[in-house]
Ligand binder design. Structure first.
Ligand SMILES: [Zn+2]
Ligand SMILES: [Zn+2]
Length: 112
């Protein structure tokens, strides 16, 4: 199983490596944010290691990792409403086929 180490950054408009950092410095119990390693744009915020803030639900909901039809890519979605929270990639070699920002959908593309 490969590690998802890249996230689609909304500010860079491209895939960037991301890092996890405490929302409040030194207080990781308050949550962890996954931010772009290049510009520090926060892709999503996590608590408990498995729940993320969903803007549609206006609260923290469980993250559902949905595999993409592109090998090595996946989507972090809200398990309650299906909102796409972040697009994740294991490596950039498999990423180019899914790079359209408007084409990032967790469902509907089941073609091999
Ligand atoms: Zn960025
Ligand atoms: Zn939601």
């Amino acid at each position: 199983m490969s590690t998802l180490a890249w996230v689609h950054c909304g500010r860079c408009h491209t895939a960037r490596r991301f890092r996890f950092a405490p929302v409040v410095s030194g207080l990781s119990s308050l949550g962890t944010k996954a931010e772009c390693a290049s510009c520090s744009h926060v892709a999503f915020t996590m608590v408990d290691g498995r729940r993320a803030f969903c803007p549609l639900c206006d609260g923290f909901e469980r993250i559902e990792l949905v595999p993409s039809s592109v090998p090595g890519a996946g989507f972090a979605c809200c398990s309650a409403c299906g909102q796409l929270l972040a697009a994740l990639y294991a490596d950039l070699g498999s990423w180019s086929a899914a790079r359209s920002p408007n084409g990032l959908r967790p469902e509907g593309s089941s073609q091999p």
